[in-house]
Design a protein around this ligand. Structure first.
Ligand code: VGL
Ligand code: ZN
Length: 197
């Protein structure tokens, strides 16, 4: 059994959004088409409380795209984005959300960010998605969405480490590409055994 995992296709990651990814909206029609060919569809949704610790606004003297040290490691500080219940946190209006059987929200604990759909950024706290997929007998995953070099890459690497057969459709992803993060993410995905198409 296979599943299509659609990562964070939300208004804040599309042009006009708070953390806009260039061309983030252009992948929506292709993702919708791919849903029709998948046994199961899962959507992820970045979902932060308004004082989330990944927001630069919560750190005196820090600007977006700078980093800080958190108990779980180095964290990039972002503009405020995907605040719970906001328009920015909603899915892009053209995404076919009705086809999804599962929506997994992540990043809802103030003190810790969660790029991956499987584990929060401590690489330890599970989101529950592994159990959902496993109990449904799903072993093959195709990943698409935003952003290639953060939430897609972290999700794909964790999934491969957990033993899923993982393919990332690069044509249906778009990247933030902060200081070479796209090239680094591609290398790390390949090293983890992820197929990049
Ligand atoms: C993401 C930065 C912060 C993503 C989420 O979806 O890639 N990036 N929160
Ligand atoms: Zn976020």
């Amino acid at each position: 059994m296979s599943a299509l995992i659609v990562i964070d296709v939300q208004n804040d990651f599309c042009p006009g959004g708070a953390l806009a990814v260039a061309e983030g909206d252009t992948i929506v029609p292709g993702i919708n088409a791919l849903m029709a060919e998948s046994d199961a569809v899962v959507l992820t949704q970045d979902w932060h409380p308004d004082e989330h610790s990944s927001f630069a606004s919560q750190h005196e003297g820090k600007s977006p795209m700078e980093t800080t040290e958190m108990p779980y490691g180095t964290q990039v500080l972002w503009p405020d984005h995907c605040v719970i219940g906001s328009h920015g946190a909603a899915f892009h209006k053209d995404l076919t959300v009705d086809r999804a059987e599962m929506v997994i929200r992540k990043g809802f604990r103030r003190a810790i960010d969660s790029y991956s759909a499987f584990f929060e950024n401590d690489h330890r706290t599970p989101t529950g998605l592994e159990g959902y997929l496993t109990t449904r007998g799903i072993t093959q995953l195709t990943m698409v969405g935003l952003a290639t070099d953060f939430c897609v890459a972290y999700s794909a690497i964790d999934a491969a480490k957990l033993g899923f057969d993982v393919t990332v459709r690069m044509d249906l992803c778009r990247a933030i590409d902060l200081n070479g993060s796209l090239a680094a993410a591609q290398d790390q995905m390949r090293d983890a055994g992820v197929t990049l198409l």
